[in-house]
Write a protein that binds this ligand. Structure first.
Ligand code: XMP
Length: 538
């Protein structure tokens, strides 16, 4: 099935991916590509007749600093174009208008007045002035300004400091906004983008995860045929959803390999096995390699060395299992595909998009080079999807909500949450303490939003500190270990705030950990922001 689509050309703004996520939220398929694609490429992309509109993103640069321009073909296809910030400026310049630099940078909240009753802004406003002008509360970030309209355009929006804050040529369906509709600070941003893609471009809102299953299943079947697939299941969201989807498509032709490195959270292995082996009846090879991992980690204190050992060992164990599966036997003819949970942000980054530099955490879990080393073909059924779509798909596939909406967990697992040398004793204590923290985060609800504190935090966990402190328990003196609780709120994991958890929650957690986990007698709360601290302690 082919979807109508929107092309987003990335000029390097920090927030280009947000444009794509917003278009997808409107249930319209879109793709992000670097702004320097050729005109031929654009024509080719449009050749199937499904391209309904183009969005030109913002940039971190000025039109005077860089010579990034939209490929001419964009303006030759006869389809609607929306320019955002730099995108509007380059459109204005390319179509015969004028852009001027300014020493004054406008940054932050602004109120924009709508003009001219354009199709794009009709009926979209936050409030009206006493004179009856529609007003929008928006987020601006720019230095340069359009100072002369290109032929055919009229003013669509203005502010006192930016008289041309929006432009429109309604006959060609070209629009430009100086502000950023893709960020949540622009209150009507989603309405504006939705108006553009649905009404102006006239796309069908047919990008729905529930329906996508069928399409994805058909694609996997076509790609795999009657061959066999191996997938490394970590219990994380991406690999779990990929496994469930592939299993739906090809059933027993899929074998999952689950490696327990001894640094998983409490009951994690059990949960994965219950779900995939128990409920889905998927083929799973579970490898308990905990002793092997802990053996290699003995005496190692340095965080980066620990990471390298865990990563390297993981690849070795996985490769050994994959080699067995490749060889076949036991009713299997041998695997020819390796499946990975690569998602769309990974694809955008590696595709050399202009926003490459701006992009956040890397997919540490996508073990680079493995398919080549193993001589296997690659199957990546989630490569068109954003994280929120992967989650939606997971729920639609019947995976438990708690599994799909889990906080991220680093590949090296508890290995980077036990400071210094990793020992089984430490990992066991940490697992118990962490399970209590997570359980209480799920129990406590915020009165105002009704959400649990687990959902109100982006990542929360416990860190084991290999130091001992003195305490009293009953009549006796204790001399036991310390843990730190860490809970952060962040949208991109590049910067993060520590969460202002309610005292009652902290009290309950510390009380339970000290009473229930023999060996820990002190609990602290980490109140460091990132930067300068990081989210993990190692
Ligand atoms: P930091 O500690 O750098 O973490 O602020 C940012 C995000 O990245 C995760 N993280 C990792 N994930 N392997 C992973 O798969 C790693 O080595 C690793 N180190 C950090 C961390 O959990 C947080 O979400």
């Amino acid at each position: 099935m082919s979807h109508q689509k929107i092309l987003i050309l990335d000029f390097g703004s920090q927030v280009t991916q947000l444009i794509a996520r917003r278009v997808r939220e409107a249930h319209v398929y879109c793709e992000v590509h670097p702004c320097d694609v050729s005109s031929d490429w654009v024509r080719e992309f449009a050749a199937d007749g499904n391209l309904k509109g183009v969005i030109l993103s913002g940039s971190h640069a000025s039109v005077y600093e860089v010579d990034d321009r939209a490929p001419d073909a964009v303006f030759e296809l006869g389809i609607p174009v929306l320019g955002i910030c730099y995108g509007m400026q380059t459109m204005a310049q390319q179509l015969g208008g004028k852009v001027e630099g300014s020493s004054h940078r406008e940054f932050g909240y602004a109120e924009v007045r709508a003009h001219g009753h354009t199709e794009l802004l009709k009926g979209i406003e936050d409030f009206a002035t006493p004179e009856g002008h529609g007003m929008l509360k928006v987020w601006m970030s720019h230095g340069d300004k359009v100072t002369q309209l290109p032929p055919g355009f009229k003013i669509m929006a203005s502010t006192p400091t930016c008289p041309i804050a929006g432009i429109a040529d309604e006959s060609r369906h070209y629009y430009g906004v100086q502000f950023h509709p893709e960020v949540t600070h622009t209150v009507q941003g989603q309405a504006l983008l939705q108006r553009f893609v649905l009404d102006i471009c006239g796309t069908r809102p047919d990008w729905v995860m529930g329906d996508y299953i069928e399409e994805a299943v058909a694609k996997i079947r076509e790609q795999v045929g009657d061959e066999e697939v191996i997938l490394g299941l970590s219990g994380g969201v991406d690999s779990s959803v990929a496994a469930a989807l592939i299993h739906r498509a090809i059933g027993d032709q899929l074998t999952c390999v689950f490696v327990d490195h001894g640094l998983l959270r409490k009951d994690e292995g059990k949960m994965v096995m219950e779900m995939f082996a128990g409920k889905l009846h998927a083929n799973i090879v579970a490898v308990d390699a905990s002793e092997q991992f802990l053996g290699k980690l003995a005496g190692v204190n340095d965080p980066e060395k620990k990471r390298k050992i865990i990563g390297g060992e993981f690849v070795e164990v996985f490769k050994a299992e994959a080699a067995k599966l490749k060889a076949g036997g036991n009713g299997h003819k041998g695997a020819t595909f390796l499946a990975q949970g690569t998602i769309y942000p990974d694809v955008i980054e590696s595709g050399g998009a202009k926003s490459k530099k701006a992009v956040t955490i890397k997919s540490h879990h996508n073990v680079g080079g493995l398919p080549e080393q193993l001589g296997l073909k690659l199957l990546e059924p989630l490569r068109d999807l954003f994280k929120d779509e992967v989650r939606e798909l997971g729920v639609a596939l019947g995976l438990p909500h708690d599994m799909v909406y889990r906080h991220p967990f680093p590949g090296p697992g508890l290995g980077v949450r036990i400071l210094g040398e990793v020992k089984k004793e430490y990992a066991d204590l940490l697992r118990e303490a962490d399970a209590i923290f997570i359980e209480e985060l799920r129990n406590f609800k915020d009165a105002e939003t009704g959400k649990t504190w687990y959902d109100l935090t982006s990542q929360a966990f416990t860190v084991f500190l290999p130091v001992k402190s003195v305490g009293v328990m009953g009549d006796g003196r204790t001399y036991d270990y310390v843990v730190a609780l860490r809970a952060v709120q962040t949208s991109d994991f590049m910067t993060a705030d520590w969460a202002e958890l309610p005292y009652a929650l902290l009290k309950k957690v510390s009380g339970r950990i000290i009473n229930e986990v023999r060996g820990i007698n002190r609990v602290t709360y980490d109140v460091s922001t990132k930067p300068p601290a990081t989210i993990e302690w190692e």
